[in-house]
Design a protein around this ligand. Structure first.
Ligand SMILES: [Zn+2]
Length: 98
């Protein structure tokens, strides 16, 4: 169960990194003055990679119920902290006083 939750957290971080990674990439390409065609190709390529990863990410299964963690009845939430189907928390609760 813990390994499954770690995998979900890691995938979410990768998605965030891919999403925010466009900013430094665009900055570097702008500073390098690569020209509009290269910028366009990189932008489309980045969007394609992001979309493919996003679709795979949304199909991530919950380690407890086996249903999709971030998707329920066609509606999804990326930054939800519990499974959309069985409410399994992404982070384990810490006991008070420990
Ligand atoms: Zn679940």
């Amino acid at each position: 169960m813990r390994r499954g939750l770690n995998r979900i957290r890691k995938r979410r971080l990768i998605l965030l990194g891919l999403f925010l990674g466009f900013i430094p990439l665009a900055t570097i390409l702008t500073l390098a003055q690569v020209g509009e065609p290269v910028m366009g190709i990189m932008a489309v390529g980045h969007m394609a990679v992001l979309m493919i990863y996003f679709l795979a990410f949304m199909r991530t299964c919950c380690p407890r119920c086996g249903e999709t963690f971030f998707l329920r009845n066609g509606f999804g939430r990326i930054f939800i902290r519990r499974c959309m189907n069985c409410k399994l928390p992404l982070k384990p609760r810490r006991n008070a006083g420990m």
